[in-house]
Design a protein around this ligand. Structure first.
Ligand code: PBG
Length: 324
């Protein structure tokens, strides 16, 4: 090993703030962030999500006001999740023109047309059993589900969605959605695939937020957290099926996966900092253990450094408000 000291002194380039700013390799801005929101039908007042301090279920009838508030704060894109009061075995409400999924997209777009509205495309918020598709004999039926995902995507597109984001981890979902969108004339509507979605315990707080009571687990469709080669295959497959953007979810515990995909694919790459990641930071900060603002920026910065072009994060409003 060659020793370069004392010629090389790394600290020369860290000597003052201007120098550090000039040499900073990655930056974060509101252009990178997507805010996931929960919209509940039949609700009068904002309902706090106890497992996610600072996050509220938004009453459907007050969504316009909420979207205007987000836009005024600097949010440019939201991802919509419905909290349904009309669940059934297939999640049929999400395939209806007057269902919650279609109504909330339309309401959000009507409130602020320039707000990008991305539709989380899945069935778990609309099924009585909480699985992401159609169940037969305790098994989620892949091919029936992707057909339904195609129907849901067209419903979302007709309601005004700017992007379709399939999150159910069914094989062929991107292909089925692309085919359905194209057949209905939505040839220019992009698909952001949750391509590497792990069967993660970090989704715990989300299930309370979205009102999803799951029977069993999602291990027959979401990925084993111990695998990364499998994530590369999932990403390649989604790319071949026509995905426009790939995603890794969760984010922080999977930065290695993010980095590997970044080096293998030329598609834009998103990362989802999920509910459990958010809750850990919020509760640790509330206990006085960490400085919340600094940890939030560090965590989002780390996700960008690892390769994310876009980040879905519940901290988007906090970041917007702090105007960093
Ligand atoms: C729906 C979906 C989930 C999340 C996003 N879309 C839940 C799940 O897969 O169980 C989790 C998001 C989060 O934890 O913040 N399939």
């Amino acid at each position: 090993m060659v020793q370069n000291f004392p010629n090389v002194r790394m600290r020369r380039l860290r000597s003052n703030q201007v120098m550090r700013d000039l040499l900073q390799e990655h930056t974060l801005s509101m252009n990178d962030l997507i805010y996931p929101i929960f919209v509940e039908e039949g609700l009068d007042d904002y309902a706090p999500v106890n497992s996610m301090p600072g996050i509220f279920r938004i009453p459907e009838r007050r969504l316009d006001g909420a979207i205007k508030e987000f836009a005024a704060a600097g949010i440019r894109a939201v991802m919509t999740f419905g909290v349904s009061h009309n669940k059934d075995a297939t999640g049929s409400d999400a395939m209806k023109r007057d269902g919650l999924l279609a109504r909330m997209i339309k309401r959000a777009k009507d409130a602020v047309p320039e707000m990008m509205v991305i539709s989380d495309t899945c069935f778990c918020e609309y099924t009585s059993h909480g699985h992401c598709g159609v169940l037969h004999g305790g098994e989620v039926q892949n091919d029936h589900t992707i057909e339904n995902l195609g129907v849901q995507s067209v419903i979302a597109a007709e309601a005004g969605a700017d992007m379709i984001a399939p999150s159910s981890m069914m094989d062929g979902q991107v292909w089925a959605i692309r085919k359905a969108l194209d057949a209905s004339g939505f040839i220019n509507l992009p698909v952001m695939a949750y391509s590497s979605k792990f069967a993660s315990a970090f989704y715990g707080p989300f299930r309370a937020a979205a009102g999803c009571d799951l029977e069993g687990d999602r291990k027959t469709y979401q990925m084993n957290p111990m695998n990364s080669r499998e994530a590369l295959r999932e990403s390649e497959e989604d790319e071949a099926e026509g995905a426009d953007i790939l995603m890794v979810k969760p984010a922080m515990p999977y930065l290695d996966v993010l980095s590997q995909i970044k080096h293998r694919s030329l598609l834009p790459l998103a990362a989802y900092q999920v509910s459990g990641e958010y809750a850990m930071i919020k509760f640790a900060a509330a206990a006085g253990a960490i400085d919340e603002d600094r940890v939030v920026l560090e965590s989002l910065g780390a996700i960008k450094r690892a390769g994310a072009d876009l980040i879905l994060t519940y901290f988007a409003m906090d970041v917007a408000r702090s105007g960093f």
